[in-house]
Write a protein that binds this ligand. Structure first.
Ligand code: BTN
Length: 324
């Protein structure tokens, strides 16, 4: 654990009580100067820390910008082995997670960033990832037990975990467009890209890479017209975007892991249905390269979409784009 993490934890544990630089230095076994430097760093990261004469430092405001130390503090009791790596600027957090797994094949790690220069979406599409407009992150999940068939369930678990975390932290109502898009106010505000390192010899998965991009704010009117038609920000008025990004991510992680721990029971399927966009509505879809229509009935236990077709039969889709 870094000194910054330890100092921040002491402040967060202390709540409103001031703590002297000397006490912190003694507790953490470092010099007062080292404590002072960390406090200056925390201030630069958006924490408001005041000095009260003869009492010490007091944390007055917690930063709401992405901070790996704050996320770690929030999830530490449940996910002590998770490494959290933050970078201001990356190509793609999914790519970082993949490279990390090559060197550390057994380490669960979270990569977070405020900007991606080559954000990737499904089916080879790019994902708009402009600086300070969104939250971009990937979880590298090594495994010896996930089967190739279970991959789709990671997207389902992540979608519900994120929908719940967003509703709790932003009070914006969320819907899930099967299978991996979260919508708010009629716009796609979150995209999920699940990738896997497969071991074809034993039909097992060595690791799952789960990448999520959240459009928090931003002017989408200058983007490619195809993106504009569908995507938008969670907060069309940036001044209303008052939420702590670290609380959102830690809630997502805790929700996601609560599902992962009981994967065989699949409690998230029922919850996914409650968020499903277009339930009982007619949609267009493509199956076996044929354009078709049907009514959305829900999803099955494998996360496949259930559709009632034109001749009243129930079909399941495991990969197709649906259009309203
Ligand atoms: C989609 O909508 O097609 C999926 C978009 C997934 C975007 C996220 S952002 C974090 C992670 N890194 C990437 O390059 N892609 C995913």
């Amino acid at each position: 654990m870094s000194l910054t993490y330890k100092v921040l934890s002491s402040f967060l544990d202390q709540a409103d009580t001031p703590i002297s630089g000397q006490t912190l230095a003694n507790q953490l076994g470092v010099s007062r100067n080292s404590i002072w430097k960390v406090i200056e760093q925390l201030k630069a990261e958006g924490y408001q820390i005041t000095s009260i004469p003869s009492q010490g430092y007091q944390l007055k405001h917690i930063s709401s910008m992405l901070d790996p130390n704050q996320i770690m503090y929030l999830v530490q009791d449940h996910l002590p082995d998770l490494s959290i790596i933050y970078a201001d600027w990356v190509t793609s957090t999914n790519d970082l997670a993949k490279s990390h797994l090559i060197e550390h094949p057994k380490q669960t790690a979270l990569f977070i960033s405020n900007h991606q220069s080559k954000g990737r979406g499904r089916q080879g599409r790019s994902f708009h990832s402009d600086i300070q407009e969104g939250i971009y992150f990937s979880l590298a999940l090594p495994s010896e037990t996930y089967s190739i068939e279970s991959i789709g369930l990671f997207t389902i678990m992540a979608a519900v975990a994120m929908a719940k975390a967003l509703e709790k932290n932003t009070e914006v109502a969320i819907k899930i467009k099967w299978v991996n898009d979260l919508f708010a106010g009629g716009r796609k505000v979150v995209g999920i890209l699940t990738e896997a390192n497969a071991n074809l010899e034993n039909q097992q998965i060595d690791a799952v890479i789960l990448g999520i991009g959240i459009n928090v704010v931003g002017d989408f009117s200058k983007l490619d017209p195809d993106i504009q038609k569908v995507a938008g920000p969670l907060f069309p008025h940036p001044e209303s975007a008052h939420f702590n990004r670290n609380h959102l991510l830690s809630d997502f992680l805790l929700n996601f892991y609560s599902y992962l721990h009981v994967l065989p029971a699949r409690p998230f399927i029922e919850e996914y249905r409650t968020y499903l966009l277009g339930l009982n509505q007619r949609v267009c879809f493509t199956k076996n390269q044929e354009k078709r229509q049907g009514i959305i009935l829900g999803i099955n236990q494998d996360g496949h979409l259930l559709i009632q077709n034109e001749v009243q039969e129930i079909e399941s889709l495991n990969s197709s784009e649906i259009h309203f």
